[in-house]
Design a protein around this ligand. Structure first.
Ligand code: ADP
Length: 326
């Protein structure tokens, strides 16, 4: 189970942190993937763009290789059981612990005039999303590790409080070893939907925009290649690894070690790798996004699958709590 917020265009971080794993998981597991539109409400000041963003995220999920016939691909708000479980879990969540969550502190800094209760209980809603399907594996990027720990806590707390093993423990999941963090092009932080648009590569970016952004990526000259690599250069190598062949990566590594690396060449290679990777996804997503009847079918079919699974869980939760009276 996993989800992506419809707060902007998807980017390489969403792809390599989340989507790539979704696609690999779909043949081996029962999967639930959603567009987290309720989560988006915690930070959106106005909702006019929501419809377009939800459709775009769905289209980009499918264009990246997700098959709505194999998985449940749905919108969070189409599954009202989410809100029911969220309410139950809120009874087990404490103000103090929620206030300490680093993502809450970050958001308070970003939107000091809109510190709403939804923002505070974001991790509870996220736990509800996951526990709703009694999911065990949650494909997410590294930035979500802490939220997963909170979801595990709630699962354990619920089971203990109501003395029934309703929820298994969910874990962050990535094919391969490490959870992924795709760095931003300005040498600081991660790529993200809204914060640093010139330093983030979107799946919707056209070829020239991609080239332009990479050309502007931060680099710095290195006097001693044996010293630790500066973050901006390490980031470029990390991005190169994502979209270019190992040969290309080794060549630039060797050049770096020899002190002869030309960042202009490295960036051109990276830009062309990105363009060939993104163009087919962008084109397919555009097509899907304009296909009203197909998207409606995808959403309805996804919600039906998700609600079937959710209804069973909510019933189990109610029984455990003692909310069944006849
Ligand atoms: P954003 O931070 O761009 O708004 P979301 O919060 O909707 O993205 O996260 C959707 C998924 O994408 C999550 O699994 C998250 O871990 C992953 N993700 C987002 N940014 C990155 C990044 N730069 N590197 C790796 N994974 C990321």
């Amino acid at each position: 189970m996993s989800g992506i917020r419809p707060t902007g265009f998807l980017h390489l971080g969403n792809y390599f942190g989340a989507l790539r794993n979704y696609v690999r998981m779909q043949d081996a597991y029962t999967c639930y993937f959603m567009v987290a539109d309720l989560h988006a409400l915690t930070t959106l000041n106005e909702t006019k763009g929501l419809k377009q963003h939800v459709r775009r995220v769905l289209a980009e999920n499918i264009a990246s290789g997700l098959d709505p016939d194999k998985v449940a691909l749905y919108c969070q708000s189409h599954v009202p059981e989410t809100s029911e479980l969220y309410l139950f879990l809120n009874m087990l969540a404490y103000k103090g612990e929620l206030e300490k969550t680093p993502t809450f502190k970050d958001k308070v800094r970003l939107q000091p005039n809109n510190v709403n209760a939804g923002l505070l209980t974001y991790p509870v809603l996220m736990a509800a999303d996951i526990l709703l399907h009694r999911a065990t594996l949650v494909p997410v990027g590294k930035d979500q590790e802490q939220h997963l720990e909170i979801a595990r806590d709630f699962a354990g707390r619920f089971n203990k409080r109501y003395e029934r093993e309703v929820f298994p423990e969910p874990f962050a999941f990535n094919f391969g070893e490490e959870l992924v963090k795709v760095p931003s092009l300005d040498g600081a932080g991660k790529m993200s939907k809204s914060e640093n648009q010139m330093a983030t590569i979107y799946l919707a970016d056209d070829d020239d925009t991609i080239r332009k952004k990479i050309k502007k990526a931060k680099t710095e000259s290195v006097a001693d290649p044996a010293a630790p690599m500066p973050a901006s250069i390490e980031n470029l190598f990390q991005l190169l690894k994502l979209v270019c062949t190992p040969d290309v990566v080794s060549k630039f590594h060797a050049d770096y070690q020899a002190g002869t690396v030309r960042y202009g060449d490295m960036k051109s290679e990276l830009a062309e790798g990105m363009v060939s990777f993104i163009a087919p996804i962008r084109e397919k997503a555009e097509q899907i996004q304009n296909d009203d009847s197909y998207l409606k079918k995808v959403m309805e079919q996804g919600a039906a699958k998700a609600r079937a699974s959710a209804a069973v869980t909510v019933e189990l939760a109610k029984e455990a709590i003692g909310l069944i009276y006849y």
